[in-house]
Design a protein around this ligand. Structure first.
Ligand code: ADE
Length: 236
């Protein structure tokens, strides 16, 4: 998967290009993250990428021309483009699944008061939000999008770890996890997990996931119950 990221702060992206699981995927060539510095497409002496908003108001707006230049340089006209913005559609597991099917896409990161609206209109860019709060720029949200999409590419996590098996993707929150030692400061690992009985273990995990979801996310729980009812209707 190839992801072009257009940003004024390419140096912020080392957590997803160099470290940990995504760094390994980049190293193996499974994930190709190309960083484009929007400032490279400015035309004036001072490399200005922003200016005061028409109509007044605080802050600065990122100018259209450097962003057009950056988008053209990555041939964005034939790719899906998303703009990270608190005004956007809320990122959820459905959107993440859809984007994980793409071979390539472009992420535009805004800063200050955002980008000139004509960029979004001309390029028919989809705005995506990671939550109902405002961050100082689109770079952290872009990394959230990259991480959540990339881990659904089968080779990224490796065979031993199917992301689709997990929690939110099955509609439930994940059961509690334990590792060595079996006893820590007087606290025991649930007996069933060391019983060797895999049927019982699966049952325990499912029951814990159900109970946790019901308690913490009754909305997800109701959705899950509805899905189960429909499944049994279809079979009946
Ligand atoms: N930029 C600033 N805040 C944001 C948010 N919540 N989601 C996406 N992009 C943003």
């Amino acid at each position: 998967m190839k992801i072009d990221v257009l940003t004024l702060f390419p140096e912020m992206f080392s957590p997803v290009t160099e470290s940990s699981i995504l760094g390994r995927a980049v190293g193996k060539g499974i994930l190709d993250i190309r960083l484009t510095d929007i400032r490279d497409f400015t035309n004036d002496r001072h490399n200005r990428a922003d200016d005061y908003p028409f109509g007044g108001g605080g802050g600065m707006v990122m100018m259209a021309d450097p962003i057009f230049g950056a988008l053209e340089s990555v041939e964005a006209d034939r790719k899906k483009i998303v703009y990270m913005s608190p005004r956007g559609r809320l990122l959820d597991s459905d959107m993440i699944k859809q984007m994980s099917q793409l071979d390539e896409f472009v992420i535009l990161c805004g800063h200050y008061e955002g980008v000139d609206q004509r960029v979004l209109d001309y390029w028919e860019i989809e705005e995506v939000s990671i939550g109902d709060y405002v961050l100082t720029g689109g770079e952290l949200p872009a990394m959230v999008l990259i991480d959540s999409v990339a881990r659904l590419i089968p080779e990224v996590l490796g065979n031993e770890n199917s992301a689709m098996d997990e929690s939110i993707y099955s509609g439930l929150l994940e059961h509690p996890q334990y590792t060595k030692p079996r006893e820590y400061r007087g606290m025991q690992v649930p007996e069933v997990l060391v019983s060797g009985n895999h049927k019982l273990i699966d049952l325990w995990k499912f029951r814990e996931a159900l109970m946790l979801t019901k308690k913490r996310r009754p909305d997800l729980f109701d959705e899950f119950v509805k899905k189960c009812r429909n499944l049994s209707k279809d079979e009946g």
